[in-house]
Design a protein around this ligand. Structure first.
Ligand code: MF3
Ligand code: CO
Ligand code: CO
Length: 289
């Protein structure tokens, strides 16, 4: 059914269609006709959904802050899992990773040459010089917020420090690209250029994703891309940016026994940062970091 100009907008802003999405819908339809990928309406969060994701993000950010406060040499990755699991439950949330497609723990802990999806283990003890990514996703009142950070244990090598710094810089640079009418390829181009300029590689086949009403939604956010290509960004879209950056080659393999953990093929170190962000009219809002 065609929406009338004086009807309430489909986005649930409460405004009339003609004062809300009418003109941008027309522009998107034109872009689509000329071959651009445009977001389906279901990818545009309503104000109520944005508020829900924001609240999940507050708990998720606090969980990562707690890890930052406690993490140290001698702890096991399972200790971190228990710490975060209890914190999320105590704050009324649910750790999204637990039982997600059979994942056995509440968070991912990826140490050194593990790229992502490391499974917390009581026998894996953190030691001086390790780098670890802790990836946490909180469900609160049905809404999802997903973020990860790197943590450095004790004194780490200058090389490892640089890898961790460059990975975060790549995410922060890409945020400057995010705004209405930008393209997903703008993000991928900025990230891959920064990574390659520093002699590192970034995974093409594992990347960011829409998030909020579910754990993994459209679109796929590739961290390698070309400016001016890929899906058009519109206000209300919520997705992660989460590049996995290897010091060596991009090639990876999956743990055959647990079916989850992804390692660098060449054994080199890997780092990752992840934010959940919302697109706004003139930029972005970080929902969890
Ligand atoms: N949090 C991860 C992401 O950034 C997904 C982990 S899925 C799990 O998308 F099952 F491994 F936990
Ligand atoms: Co994550
Ligand atoms: Co994610």
């Amino acid at each position: 059914m065609k929406i009338g100009r004086n009807d309430p907008c489909w986005c649930k802003s409460g405004k009339k269609y003609k004062q809300c999405h009418e003109s941008s819908d027309e522009k998107l339809a034109m872009m689509k006709k000329h071959g651009a990928e445009v977001p389906a309406k279901k990818l545009i969060k309503t104000p109520a959904q944005l508020e829900g994701i924001r609240k999940a993000g507050v708990v998720n950010t606090a969980a990562l802050d707690l890890v930052a406060e406690k993490i140290c040499a001698g702890m096991s990755t399972e200790d971190i899992n228990v710490l975060v699991h209890n914190f999320i439950i105590d704050n009324g949330g649910i750790p999204a990773c637990l039982d997600y497609c059979g994942f056995p723990k509440s968070i991912c802990t990826s140490v050194n040459n593990v790229i992502c999806h490391g499974i917390p283990d009581a026998n894996e003890i953190l030691k001086d010089g390790d780098i670890i990514n802790v990836d946490i996703t909180t469900i609160l009142d049905g809404y999802y917020a997903d973020a990860s950070r790197m943590f450095c244990i004790g004194e780490i090598s200058e090389e490892a420090k640089k890898l961790v710094a460059v990975t975060k810089e790549a995410v922060d640079l890409s945020l400057k690209e995010v705004k209405a009418w930008a393209r997903l390829g703008d993000i991928g181009e900025v990230i891959s250029k920064h990574v390659y300029a520093n002699g590192y590689t970034v995974l093409r086949d594992i990347g960011g994703h829409g998030v909020g009403n579910d754990f993994h939604e459209d679109p796929y956010v590739c961290h390698i891309g070309t400016r001016g290509t890929g899906m058009v960004l519109m206000p209300g879209m919520v997705f992660t940016i989460e590049p996995m950056v290897n010091m060596g080659k991009e090639a990876f393999f999956q743990d055959a026994k647990n079916g989850w953990t992804i390692y660098t093929k060449d054994g080199s170190l890997s780092a990752q940062w992840e934010y959940t962000i919302a697109v706004t009219e003139d930029g972005y809002e970080i929902l969890t970091h």
